[in-house]
Design a protein around this ligand. Structure first.
Ligand SMILES: Cc1cc2nc3c(=O)[nH]c(=O)nc-3n(C[C@H](O)[C@H](O)[C@H](O)COP(=O)(O)OP(=O)(O)OC[C@H]3O[C@@H](n4cnc5c(N)ncnc54)[C@H](O)[C@@H]3O)c2cc1C
Length: 409
């Protein structure tokens, strides 16, 4: 039976980074990176951006060149899925019934796209966007696709809509709330993106209530709304969030529910089991200590570093400032901090110029910035977030006042 000093389950962003950081820290024990996808670790964000649009080939989105893993003596165990964990014997069982023992287990499994619970969700032509296989399936159908309905006006849905509209497809975005990006951004940003998409020919329906997906011969033909209207569609993309992939850990007794609970060193409540990335429910200093899951490359990579440090006897708690990006059309959004709980959103610059920022405050203190084609604000605003600073609202709103000038020396 195989045994590894460190067994990493999930060969995505976080898992890959744990293995990389362990070897960078001169960890000499045996390391395996096990994942249920067939490909070596690759970047997920391009699946709705440069890979989907054809600007980047798959080789260009690999996290490391294929030979890297063997060169670093990291065993890549691909197309394998862990179905159960036995914390007492320190072993996991795979889908084929085989077992692997571990000294330390790192759980980095991300999540799977939340499925629609209405009828027709299983029809061919209905897609989630999480893996290379998902993107390839969509790309394979593009030649015969004219009309696309995107369910969910979050970042992934909007990015896919932007690419598809560039391809000349007729795209409709259905958002259940009264604005897009409602879960993650303030109203000025939502309204800006709605206007941009509409200007590019994307139809956006807010407060949309989907009844079911309709089809013929097993293939999607449209989306039926609550009022009975049918929106014709050759393809439906569902971007309504993820379900964290934590069942085996929870079944093994780990605390959690919507994710697995971890402490500041990313330790779960099971002995020698860490969890990181999209599936890790942690207390975040930039959310006032609230327990949240963060779905970002930053969080996966930084938590991976925390785990590698803990394993190599150099522990340091997780305290990284959150950041995120989204590319739609020629707009590059960069976010720093978390806007959760803001009471004021200041618009800095004129959205009509397509270069501006939204600065989120609570009790005058800067929580976060959303910067659209405004990299200078993003770079300089970071210190306002990390320093928990409270500059005057007039200065923040005035693009003539550099944000760095608001940082005390
Ligand atoms: C289309 C898209 C666009 C995105 N855009 C951005 C962006 O612009 N910026 C940003 O910061 N973030 C973005 N994200 C989010 C980012 O990709 C995730 O936050 C990041 O991938 C999380 O890393 P992770 O290691 O937690 O999980 P993942 O990278 O998802 O890796 C988890 C891996 O574990 C595998 N797995 C799950 N269960 C098991 C099991 N039981 N056994 C074996 N393997 C298992 C999964 O199949 C997967 O391969 C985007 C995500 C998507 C899908």
């Amino acid at each position: 039976m195989a045994r590894y000093d460190v067994l990493i389950v999930g060969a995505g962003h976080g898992g890959a980074q744990v293995a990389i950081s362990l070897r960078q820290s001169k960890f000499e024990g045996s390391v395996a990176l096990l994942g249920d996808e067939p490909d070596p670790p690759y970047e997920r964000p391009p699946l709705s951006k440069e890979y989907f649009s054809g600007e980047k080939s798959f080789d260009r989105i690999l996290i490391r060149p294929e030979k890297f893993w063997a060169e670093r003596n990291i065993d890549l165990l691909l197309s394998r899925r862990v179905v159960s964990v036995d914390p007492a014997s320190h072993s996991v069982t795979l889908g084929d019934g085989s077992t692997i023992d571990y000294g330390i287990l790192v759980w980095a499994t991300g999540g799977s796209p939340r499925q629609l619970i209405c009828g027709g969700a299983e029809l061919t032509g209905v897609h989630g966007v999480r893996t290379r296989a998902d993107a390839d399936r969509m790309l394979g159908e593009l030649a015969t696709t004219n009309r696309v309905v995107v369910i969910g006006g979050g970042y992934i849905g909007l990015e896919a809509a932007a690419v598809l509209s560039k391809f000349g497809k007729h795209v409709t975005v259905l958002e259940a709330m009264d604005r897009v990006l409602a879960r993650v951004a303030g109203e000025p940003l939502s309204r800006f993106y709605e206007a941009e998409h509409r200007a590019h020919g994307v139809e956006i329906q807010l407060g949309a209530k989907v009844d079911c997906i309709v089809g013929e011969n097993g293939r999607v033909t449209g989306v039926r709304m609550h009022d009975g209207t049918i929106l014709p569609a050759d393809m439906v993309i569902v971007g309504i969030g993820i379900i964290p992939a934590v069942e085996p850990l929870i079944a093994a007794g780990a605390a959690g529910g919507n994710g697995v609970d971890v402490d500041e060193f990313c330790r779960t409540t099971l002995p020698d089991v860490y969890a990181i990335g999209d599936c890790a429910m942690h207390a975040n200093a930039f959310a006032d200590g609230a327990r949240i899951r963060l779905e970002s490359v930053q969080n996966a990579n930084d938590q991976a570093t925390v785990v590698a440090k803990a394993i190599t006897g150099n522990p340091a708690p997780y305290h990284a400032v959150p950041w995120f990006w989204s590319n739609q059309y020629d707009l590059r959004l960069q976010t720093v901090g978390l806007s959760i709980g803001f009471d004021t959103a200041i618009v800095r610059g004129d959205p009509a110029t397509r270069s501006f920022s939204v600065i989120y405050l609570r009790d005058g203190q800067v929580l976060a910035l959303d910067c659209v084609n405004a990299t200078k604000d993003y770079v300089q605003g970071r210190a306002l977030v990390t320093g928990k600073l409270a500059p005057s609202a007039d200065d923040l709103a005035n693009p003539e006042v550099a944000l760095k000038s608001l940082i005390p020396a």
